[in-house]
Design a protein around this ligand. Structure first.
Ligand SMILES: [Cu+2]
Length: 310
């Protein structure tokens, strides 16, 4: 953990305080943020393999492969139906007739593999865009450098979970939920891995306490890498029951607006790492933030008590 990581992780802000102020204190200039944004717009340029769009014909979960009728891949392949290898997480997300976007890569033995798989559902995408327009407005209204504190209402958002399903706060009507921010490649044991372990522990504790009204959402800080399939694998690696625990990802702009609104900083540090802060919040059935911790050492017990009191 470098100094910045540590500072961001331990910084406590109970009221609406500027993240930008924090960054200025740390000597991080607007130039650095601008640089990160520039990379976002170049999304697919440096990616491995070829872009593929197609429709899943059949799925063989046991052999981790699926048959896809794909469109032309310019300069590489005519439209055709063929079998591709798929990762263990992705195989749980895909289903026959699903339209997908993916990267086609070659394995070392020459086999064809699909990675970075995203479901394409035009109707769902349109709905998500509408909801996320409201998120953009709400994020903008919050003002640059400000974020939501206890007592504030969670913004609207629509993201995709580890099953490829749309998740929106309005689906949680009448329920409370925990929301935090992680990324699957995080190697800092005290940050995301610890956060996820604690969320999992809280999920178990709530179940044991008979608290059926508490749900869980973990938003990725790394939407480019964390596809629904990658998040599915992550969930399984932690032995988490996905029934009331959604790991969500989506369009980068929307994910980033939600991250900023909730007072979390994520700065791309090279290809695979993200320097980030933490925020774990309990949101009540009225969608107001009841309790919020920016510490790595947040206590599941305290959140359980607060959830019970709702
Ligand atoms: Cu992390």
């Amino acid at each position: 953990m470098n100094a910045l990581h540590f500072f961001l992780a331990t910084a406590r802000r109970s009221n609406r305080t500027g993240i930008l102020q924090l960054l200025t204190v740390l000597g991080i200039t607007a130039g650095l943020l601008g640089c990160a944004q520039k990379n976002e717009s170049q999304e697919d340029d440096n990616e491995e393999g070829y872009p593929l769009i197609g429709v899943v014909q059949s799925v063989d979960a046991e052999r981790l492969q699926m048959t896809v009728a794909h469109e032309e891949i310019p300069g590489f392949m005519e439209p055709m139906t063929m079998v591709f290898r798929v990762g263990a997480g992705d195989i749980k997300v895909v289903e026959p007739e699903m339209r997908i976007k993916a990267r086609l890569v070659r394995d070392e033995d020459g086999g064809f593999r699909l990675t970075k798989i995203w479901p394409i559902d035009d109707r769902a995408a349109k709905e998500m865009r509408e909801v996320n327009k409201r998120l953009a407005k709400q994020a903008e209204a919050l003002g640059s450098g400000y974020y939501l504190a206890e007592g504030d209402s969670l913004p609207d958002f629509a993201l995709l979970d580890q099953f490829g399903e749309v998740v929106k706060p309005e689906d949680y009507e009448g329920k409370a939920f925990m929301i935090n921010f992680i990324f699957t490649r995080c190697t800092d044991a005290k940050m995301c891995p610890l956060s996820t372990s604690k969320m999992a522990r809280l999920q178990k504790m709530a179940q044991e306490a008979g608290l059926s009204n508490l749900e869980f959402i973990s938003v990725t800080l790394d939407p480019k890498f964390d596809t629904p399939g990658v998040l599915h694998s992550y969930m399984e690696a932690y032995g988490i029951d996905g029934q009331n625990f959604r790991f969500v990802t989506g369009e980068k702009a929307a994910v980033y607006q939600l991250i900023r609104s909730m007072g979390v900083t994520n700065i791309q540090d090279g290809e695979e790492n993200i320097i980030h802060s933490l925020a774990t919040s309990l949101v009540g059935p009225d969608r107001k933030i009841v309790m919020r911790s920016t510490k790595s050492a947040w206590e599941p017990e305290a959140f359980l008590e607060a959830a019970k009191a709702l």
